[in-house]
Design a protein around this ligand. Structure first.
Ligand code: SF4
Ligand code: SF4
Length: 303
């Protein structure tokens, strides 16, 4: 069984309890406009180009048989739709390597056998055993539910704490198939408070909320705070009502990520949000925290 991922976070304190190794899986069923990993949406990421790392050597243009790279007035143009992801330009680029995400060019989507992934992560997970564990995130992690189950099982067989982040918009069986191996769920409730979400996603989410209310594992609601998208009083009330239905006590407030535009630029995907305009100020965050605290929830701001 192979697992398809686009990044590994080697030490995070914001993706689950304590210190986490975070495995970010490729592909998502939603298209949230504030997503800061737009290259994770499709089955495979487009080729990413970071102009800051480019030294204009033209090697990529010379080697690419698809004519993806061209230069006009010293500006490097990338026609991603022609790319067949052969990786030859990355091998030819003096600042890039096929196995890293830090050069001028990279193809972040990779896959490997779950057992090999576990061997790669295990040295750090053993160190984190007493202070954290593994978080599987995305994309939407559970689109690869069989692979997720396999890596969670390996963790549990070695007493490693597990967390899974999900939008809660997949059918219940996706959650049921892995829940016995999950210590902590990090859940989004977009399906209950976004205005333009389909009725089908709304009812699926509410069904999952009721399913999660019966689980013994820890559940943390994660709420992205995005001006003009998620901050209205009605939306806050809907989240609070849903948390009561699910008997969820914990909510994490995630202000819009100011660096969210980075991967839009690298992947050539147009962002509908300007991060500066979408970022809530300190007073607005304080009001949101007070709102949820007044309802009796445990609130944490993630920044
Ligand atoms: S990955 Fe291959 S097809 Fe895509 S830009 Fe590079 S050389 Fe061209
Ligand atoms: S090979 Fe790399 S450094 Fe050279 S022009 Fe292409 S992207 Fe830039």
């Amino acid at each position: 069984m192979r697992i398809k991922y686009f990044d590994i976070g080697w030490l995070s304190r914001t993706d689950g309890p304590g210190n986490r190794t975070v495995l970010f899986l490729q592909e998502c069923n939603l298209r949230c406009p504030w997503c800061h990993s737009p290259h994770s949406r499709e089955v495979e990421s487009p080729i990413l180009f970071n102009e800051v790392r480019c030294i204009n050597c033209h090697n990529c243009m010379e080697i690419c048989i698809q004519n993806v790279h061209s230069f006009r007035n010293g500006i490097h143009m990338v026609q991603r739709k022609n790319c067949i992801k052969c990786g030859r330009c990355i091998e030819a680029c003096p600042t890039s390597r096929l196995d890293t995400n830090s050069g001028a060019l990279f193809l972040p989507t990779r896959s490997m056998e779950v057992s090999d992934m576990f061997s790669l992560l295990r040295p750090q997970l053993e160190v984190l055993k007493t202070s954290g564990g593994l978080t599987v995130s995305g994309g939407e992690a559970l689109l690869q539910k069989e692979a997720v189950m396999e890596i969670l099982k390996l963790c549990k067989s070695r007493n490693i704490h597990t967390a899974v982040e999900t939008s809660l918009t997949l059918p219940e069986e996706y959650y049921d198939s892995v829940s016995e191996y999950v210590d902590c769920w990090l859940i989004g409730l977009r399906g209950t408070y976004l205005n333009n979400i389909s009725d089908k996603i709304k009812s699926t989410t509410m069904n999952n909320v009721r399913y999660f209310s019966r689980l013994d594992s820890e559940v943390v609601v994660r709420f992205p705070v995005i001006k003009n998208y998620t901050m209205s009083e009605i939306q806050l009330s809907r989240i609070a009502e849903t948390m009561c239905i699910g008997a969820f006590n914990n909510i994490e407030i995630l202000p819009c990520n100011k660096s969210m535009e980075h991967y839009y630029k690298l992947s050539g995907i147009t962002s509908e949000i300007n991060a500066e305009d979408a970022f809530p100020d300190a007073y607005e965050i304080k009001c949101i925290v007070s709102f949820f605290k007044a309802k009796g929830f445990n609130v944490k701001v993630i920044s």
